[in-house]
Every structure is written in C-alpha cells, then in structure tokens.
Design a protein around this ligand. Structure first.
Ligand code: CIR
Length: 266
C-alpha cells in the first residue's frame, strides 16, 4: 500500500471570481459573499500548503462563475492527466482553460471528447480502483471514455451510481486512507463500498461527507462537530475550513483543488 491515492506533492486551485454570485446551485439559499469566499479559499490553500505541498493558485476566471471548483475540469494521476468534459453547459469551457495549466506538470495529457460528459466531482480514486458515479453531469459514455483513457496506465474504472438528487458522487463520500471511505449512511446503503471500511457522517451532518485526505490531514468543512469528533477518535488529523459560501453553490472541500504528484521530468 503506497498511499498514492492521498499522498500528494502538488495541488492546483483557483481563486473565486466576482461572478461566483452567478454560480450554479440546486437550491437558491442566497448569493455567496465574495470576500468571505476568498478568506475561506485562502484558509484552504494554507491547509494544503501546511503539509509541504506545492500549491499553484490560479487567477479568477470571470467568464466561468463556477471555475473555483477546479476539481471538475481534470483528473490527475501519477502517470498523466485527463481533461474532463463537464456536463454543465456553463462549465464546458473550464476544461480547455485547465489544459495548459496541466501541461506545466505533465507530458502525457489525455482528453475526454464530444459527445461524452464527465466531471471530476464524480470520480473517487482509491488505492485499488477508480470509482465513477453516473450523475446529471457524468454519463456512462463519459465513464467508458475515461476507462479507455487510463487503461494503459493500469487502472480499473468501476461505474457506480450517484444517489438521485445528489450533485456529484463525491458530494456524499471521500477517501480517508488506503482502505477507508467516509460516506453518508444513505450512500453506504447502496453497497458500492463493499470491501472498504466505511465511516459514516453523523446523522444530520451529511454535508460533511465531502472532505479530502491530503497527506497527513483530513480537511473538512467547519460546522460538523460530531463527524469531526468521529474522525479525530479514529486517529485522523482533522483540519476544519470554513465552507459556508461554497456550500451555497453545492461545493465542498474536494471541489476546490486538483491534488496530484506529477511524474519527474527528465
Ligand atoms: C456546480 O454545480 O457545478 C458547482 N456549483 C459546484 C461544483 C462542485 N464540484 C464538485 O463537487 N466537485
């Protein structure tokens, strides 16, 4: 067990744009406050950097209100990167914006092409496989395209279903270590995590499921004390970061970064 699914040397994030107020949301609970979002984002980047990782922080992209959620534009693996094809029409162009950034780190970049759709938020890379949930943003064709793209890197891609009414597969689950997943109880009941140890979010704290394991830290949204306590007692080093503004747009900890260890360049 190498820990390659959660030990990373690098991350990419993008500062929120003023247009974030136009970001997509399932339910309108009010516009995000840009200044507070920027503060939370800075805290998030500081948490990533505190583990020793090199974090590239990109400038805001006003043309793409949801572009702070960089995770959806790419999948980064040790062997290479795959540029996604977001299923939300307003987000399609984010992938092309990310491609040249990935080229700073990777020689081998593959791209999901028309007519398939897949967003990074639907992808959970574990130590032994890549789980991808079909959703309103990710089609079976997109998952097949990803499977073909990463086959010669030796990955097994398993298609699962994102629960109805849930934006992304990872909205409801996260990787904690080689064998452990944090998931909502409703999602675990689907059986898709058979073979893994599963820790449940506390009842009423389902929004805590989208955390990230990043090197020694489990970075989770602030405001979910019982889930934080469960993780702390299970031996994880928990770091809480404010997420109130991203949450208004259905965003969480994983969405805000691409996490990776690029291959050494000759
Ligand atoms: C969207 O609906 O696309 C954004 N408002 C939220 C994206 C969250 N991304 C993620 O879970 N990976």
């Amino acid at each position: 067990m190498s820990g390659k699914s959660y030990r990373f040397t690098h991350a990419i994030s993008r500062r929120p744009a003023a247009s974030i107020t136009d970001g997509l949301r399932a339910v309108d609970t009010g516009a995000p406050d840009l200044a507070l979002f920027e503060q939370h984002h800075a805290d998030y980047v500081a948490a990533l950097r505190s583990t020793g990782a090199e974090v590239t922080v990109l400038d805001p992209l006003e043309d793409y209100p949801d572009s702070v959620f960089v995770e959806d534009a790419a999948l980064c693996l040790p062997e290479g990167a795959v540029v996604m094809r977001p299923g939300a029409p307003s987000r399609l162009g984010e992938a092309a914006e990310m491609a040249p950034v990935l080229a700073r780190f990777y020689d081998d970049i593959r791209t999901i092409t028309d007519p398939h759709y897949i967003e990074g938020g639907d992808i959970l890379t574990t130590e032994k496989e890549i789980l991808v949930g079909t959703s309103d943003r990710t089609t079976s064709g997109g998952i097949d395209a990803l499977r073909a793209a990463v086959a010669d890197w030796g990955y097994t891609v398993r298609e699962v279903a994102t629960p109805p009414g849930v934006l992304h597969f990872k909205t409801d689950c996260s990787l904690l270590d080689e064998e452990t997943i944090l998931a909502t109880e409703r999602f675990d009941a689907s059986g898709c995590f058979a073979g893994y140890r599963v820790i449940h979010t506390a009842a009423g704290e389902e929004a805590a499921a989208n955390t990230i394991r990043f090197n020694e830290l489990v970075i989770m949204p602030a405001g979910f004390p019982r889930t934080a306590e469960t993780l702390d007692k299970a031996g994880y080093a928990v770091r809480e970061v404010g997420n109130s503004e991203a949450a208004k747009l259905d965003g969480g900890m994983s969405c805000l970064s691409l996490r990776f260890s690029p291959p050494a360049r000759g």
